[in-house]
Design a protein around this ligand. Sequence first.
Ligand SMILES: C[S@@+](CC[C@H](N)C(=O)[O-])C[C@H]1O[C@@H](n2cnc3c(N)ncnc32)[C@H](O)[C@@H]1O
Length: 203
Amino acid sequence: MIRIDDRLAAAASFVRLDRRICDVGTDHALLPCFLCEQGARDIIASDVNEMPLESARANIEKYGFSDRIRLIRSDGLAEIPPRDDVIIAGMGGELIARIVGGCTFVTSDTHFILQPMTRAEHLRRFLYGNGYKISGEKGAYSAGKAYTVMLVTYTGEKRGISDEFAYFGKCADPRYIMKVNGQLEKLGRSDPSLLRIIRKETP
Ligand SMILES: C[S@@+](CC[C@H](N)C(=O)[O-])C[C@H]1O[C@@H](n2cnc3c(N)ncnc32)[C@H](O)[C@@H]1O
């Protein structure tokens, strides 16, 4: 059994295994290998850098999934053919927003599974301002840190969002809420107006 951490497991739980999948910024390709173990048959594992692709290749061969996982070197989605489910995990929110914004094959059936390490509020503002919506968010806790994983679809309706939604989104995980509260407290020391509107009670 391939072991992945809670953060990647949360991302995997949103993926439709019978669809055409792409893991952008795959690094070690552990997530694509795990998805194959769960039954996925058509995955592209991509990365912009050659070194991660080498480690991805080694893992794909080690686990025997070379017939189901194709490796493509690509900056974001630039070289990726149409896919149904696109995972972008372990990158900053601004980079994830740029990669989603460069997608040329999006339809109302495309699922983006997004896991920002930083600037989640920027990513949520970008998504809603560009016709995407967050269908669900799930908290994850790995190596002592709280994360959120978003399931995102395209509606075409562009709208603004509140500061509170930008910072907390739809994630109800108490550990994630505590983390964001902590970030806001730090921000509030330099800009107290942020604390006026946002600080969530943990459920
Ligand atoms: C921290 S690792 C995350 C690996 C894995 N997705 C995870 O969440 O554990 C980030 C990976 O994204 C890749 N990356 C950075 N910028 C990228 C881009 N513009 N397009 C594709 N991959 C990128 C890096 O080379 C690196 O392998």
